[in-house]
Design a binder for this molecule. Structure first.
Ligand SMILES: *[C@@H]1O[C@H](CO)[C@@H](O)[C@H](O)[C@H]1NC(C)=O
Ligand SMILES: *[C@@H]1O[C@H](CO)[C@@H](O)[C@H](O)[C@H]1NC(C)=O
Ligand SMILES: *[C@@H]1O[C@H](CO)[C@@H](O)[C@H](O)[C@H]1NC(C)=O
Ligand SMILES: *[C@@H]1O[C@H](CO)[C@@H](O)[C@H](O)[C@H]1NC(C)=O
Length: 462
């Protein structure tokens, strides 16, 4: 009698454990989520993390440029289909670039500097997150796309030969008392364009995978990240710009390469930055620079390869789990392909032999819901019409050094309230680079500690 009572208490306890979403130690097996909590609201909710960063400066607010927290008002709101299609062109261009550099693809051999420039880009239409900085003296507020897969920072610049529509006035160098051209014979000019010059002024040009581009003079001016002021920051003054950049003024390049923001500010911020991408587009994330108390709490995985293989942060994915059960995937499936972490890619891309078991295991736990056809990218989709709370298996992603991420429910499913899909996709080529995308990074504090060669993660940060 006492025994069976004990057993049922134990069963209740186990049931509780498996349904709890905040168990420590072992991963919980399921999330029970209110679908409305997964859906962006119409109005922006205030940031949750301000108290934590009272003394951490600078902390920039980071928001989804398509959502209600964005200060931009594009004429046309992008649909999920358009965002996913742009995402695929970004991924195609990363794959093209990396296979060209590593010699795995059709283009082999080392690239000339001009080829590197021509292939250095991606489709930034999918680079969803924006921050505000100040440029020039007096400082003018500029909204920039933040991108860990890009090194040249640039803004549209007067006198403009060809500029797309932007929300703020276009940056006018003649109005800034601290503006200077970067000299043609400098090492910075060599790094950014192989000393491509007009007279003594350095030129830059970046082409992106979807046909977008920016070009103009490579210049320096004061950059303000309130309250910090960075003198002589080098960036592109873009007089020819075209593409799906939305209404932003330009782009903030945070890749590990020389001339990126991270390299230029290494004295001030020790080449350390961290961010949190918000769970939904109606909430606010952050981007901050330098070492702070928050970054010590992270579980860290090594940055494995660096700049020789493109301006990307390489990490080593080692496994995947669904409902706390590790999937049978050989580690060579991940190591043959390699993995980068990218702030601008939306959907995580996996080698085909990793995606197949993930999708099968996920589907096995979702048989109570009605499956619906997906699109070309996402193939595991459900109709949740009439469902309030949905029970989904937890999804875990493992990286080298025992780093195991229990993804936020917003990092597992993407879509509208009534129809949602598993937010992962398989590459067609088993050797195609894996990409840990921004949906899966949501709510983690992600720390880039370049001197230590590590990337860290801690959950529930925003
Ligand atoms: C759905 O979830 C919410 C919040 O998690 C909870 O308050 C509510 O009772 C749940 N409803 C049902 C029908 O389980
Ligand atoms: C920068 O270089 C361009 C092209 O040579 C020139 O038109 C412009 O006046 C220069 N600006 C400054 C501040 O030197
Ligand atoms: C670049 O050229 C200028 C003027 O011609 C000269 O003063 C300067 O020392 C040169 N810088 C380098 C790094 O060679
Ligand atoms: C990783 O975790 C496993 C199981 O928790 C443990 O046995 C192993 O020693 C850990 N390895 C490292 C490098 O911490």
């Amino acid at each position: 009698m006492a025994n069976s009572l004990l057993i049922s208490l134990l069963q209740i306890y186990l049931l509780f454990l498996s349904f709890s979403t905040c168990a420590l130690g072992n991963l919980p097996k399921f999330h029970v989520v209110d679908l409305h909590a997964l859906t962006s609201k119409d109005v922006c909710s205030p940031p949750k993390y301000m108290e934590r960063f009272k003394s951490v400066k600078p902390t920039l607010k980071m928001v989804d440029r398509h959502g209600p927290c964005s200060t931009l008002h594009p004429a046309e709101k992008l649909s999920l289909e358009q965002i996913l299609s742009n995402d695929q062109s970004r991924v195609d261009s990363i794959h093209h670039r990396v296979s060209a550099i590593s010699g795995k693809g059709t283009t082999s051999g080392p690239l000339s500097p001009s080829q590197i420039i021509a292939q250095s880009g991606n489709s930034y239409s999918a680079g969803n997150y924006i921050v505000h900085v100040g440029i020039g003296t007096p400082s003018k507020t500029s909204t920039l796309i933040f991108d860990t897969g890009s090194y040249v920072t640039w803004v549209q610049c007067e006198p403009c030969k060809q500029c797309y529509m932007q929300q703020e006035p276009i940056f006018d160098p003649s109005q800034s008392s601290t503006f200077m051209n970067v000299s043609c014979n400098s090492t910075s000019c060599n790094d950014v364009s192989g000393n491509n010059c007009l007279g003594s002024s350095c030129l830059y040009s970046v082409q992106y995978g979807d046909g977008s581009y920016t070009s103009g003079y490579y210049v320096e001016d004061t950059l303000t990240l309130t309250p910090d002021v960075i003198q002589k920051f080098r960036f592109g003054c873009g007089q020819n710009n075209k593409g799906l950049f939305g209404e932003v003024a330009g782009l903030l390049g945070l890749s590990p390469s020389s001339e990126s923001f991270v390299s230029q500010t290494s004295d001030k911020y020790q080449s350390v930055f961290s961010y949190c991408l918000p769970p939904v587009s109606s909430s606010t994330g952050y981007l901050n620079f330098g070492r702070n108390s928050d970054i010590s709490k992270t579980n860290r995985t090594p940055i494995t390869k660096q700049t020789n293989f493109g301006p990307y942060y390489y990490i080593t994915m080692t496994g995947l789990s669904v409902a706390d059960k590790t999937l049978p995937i050989s580690p060579t499936v991940f190591s043959n392909a390699g993995t980068i972490i990218d702030s601008g890619t939306v959907i995580t891309r996996l080698p085909p032999d990793a995606y197949q078991p993930l999708k099968s295991a996920f589907r096995e736990h979702m048989t109570q819901y009605k499956m619906v056809p997906g699109d070309s990218l996402l193939d595991t989709c459900y109709d949740f019409t009439g469902v309030d709370n949905v029970t989904i298996p937890t999804v875990g992603v493992q990286f080298l050094n025992n780093v195991s991420l229990d993804l936020d429910p917003n990092g597992i499913l993407i879509g509208t309230t009534s129809q949602r899909c598993l937010a992962f996709a398989g590459n067609s080529d088993p050797n195609g680079l894996g990409i840990f995308g921004n949906v899966q990074q949501r709510t983690f504090n992600v720390v880039y500690d370049i001197p230590k060669g590590e990337i860290g993660f801690s959950p529930d940060a925003c």
